[in-house]
Design a protein. Structure first.
Length: 373
């Protein structure tokens, strides 16, 4: 879709779905290798971090005998799960050569999307020990990619094992202690999950820039990160759209803003990782447009937004200048981000009616406009 205020074309709901899907397909998926012995909780960790159940019985495609790729079309991340790291010396040498062969083969590609970008090396905190072989694996892998050491299944406040790990001075980016899912101890007392957001934030910092947007979409743990990235992208996009060189447009031609507004909505939707289902997007768009019946929604969206600006049609002889356009669009962006933040905590989005979401959009948009007065 052409993002220019000189384009007076209106947009249909189909145009929006098409842009949403096109933006999603352009994302560069991060490739994360997840290593560790059997039983350290890799599957639980994966399903706790990422949208949808990435690991289910029978899922994953073998890359080699000891490496399985886990991916879903609707979640922009590739996970590479290792097997056999705990085998005896002779077999372990075979695993080593196999994994290194795959990593180095991908390294040779000029396409960053082929590289293995990062490793989570998992060790169970409950075990209270790190084997000599595990140290060797970490030292080996760290020569090929950044490694984050993940101490899983941690329900103890005993720091002895953590200090032992620190004293080893392993070549890792950082060490994270966490509990991926609730754990019952002493009858009905339950220890809640923790540490997942820390792992997400460290991973985000280390990943190549090209893969960060996809990772933010794919992870479900750190909603704050989604909000921060959505605001950062929106402000940059709005500044470039309405900065120096923006030509004021007549109030009657406000539909020319539609391309920018729609790009905002689709980008923010993809940052939060919401489904591309027709029903969900129809609810969102009709809530913002103030109508569920308009066949051309671009004009409806801009028209509904302008209703909230008293006297907008009288600015500078009926012209909408860059300042006004930027204020309107920033308010829409931040209001929609706030709505997305709230929707991210809803178990089943289908439980919310169009009226619920429309009310949410209206309230948040009015709040944002008041901030800018």
């Amino acid at each position: 879709m052409e993002n220019t205020t000189n384009n007076k074309k209106d947009f249909s709901f189909e145009d929006i779905l098409e842009e949403l899907e096109s933006d999603f397909k352009k994302m560069v998926k991060p490739n994360i290798m997840i290593a560790g012995k059997t039983g350290v909780g890799k599957s639980t960790l994966i399903n706790s971090i990422f949208r949808e159940n990435m690991v289910e019985t029978g899922t994953g495609k073998p890359v080699t005998q000891h490496l399985k790729r886990i991916s879903k079309d609707s979640v922009p991340v590739n996970l590479f799960d290792t097997k056999g790291l705990e085998l005896e010396d002779i077999a372990r040498e075979e695993v080593r050569n196999e994994l290194l062969g795959e990593i180095e083969s991908r390294e040779k590609s000029n396409d960053v999307s082929e590289h293995i970008h990062l490793m989570w090396y998992c060790i169970s905190y409950e075990s209270g020990r790190i084997e000599k072989e595990e140290i060797e694996w970490i030292e080996l892998f760290s020569k090929k990619m950044p490694v984050i050491l993940v101490l899983t299944q941690c329900i103890s406040d005993d720091e002895t094992f953590s200090k032992d790990i620190d004293n080893l001075n392993l070549p890792v980016v950082n060490t994270v202690k966490l509990l991926a899912s609730p754990k019952k101890i002493m009858g009905n007392f339950e220890v809640p999950p923790y540490g997942l957001s820390t792992l997400v934030q460290l991973t985000f910092q280390v990943l190549p820039e090209a893969t960060k947007k996809a990772f933010v979409n794919a992870q479900k743990t750190d909603i704050k990160l989604k909000v921060e990235q959505a605001k950062k992208w929106s402000l940059g996009f709005i500044a470039s759209s309405f900065g120096v060189g923006f030509t004021p447009i007549p109030f009657s031609d406000a539909v020319a803003l539609a391309g920018i507004q729609i790009t905002l909505i689709t980008k923010i939707t993809n940052i939060f990782g919401f489904p591309h289902s027709r029903a969900f997007m129809q609810t969102i768009i009709s809530a913002i447009a103030g109508s569920g019946t308009a066949s051309l929604v671009g004009r409806a969206i801009v028209g509904n937004i302008l209703k909230f600006i008293p006297g907008v049609g009288t600015f500078t002889g009926g012209l909408i200048n860059g300042t006004v356009a930027s204020t309107i669009t920033t308010s829409l962006a931040f209001a929609y981000i706030k709505v997305c933040e709230k929707l991210s905590t809803v178990e089943d989005l289908e439980d919310l009616s169009h009226e619920d979401i429309a009310k949410m959009v209206k309230e948040e948009f009015e709040k944002e406009l008041k901030k800018k007065k």
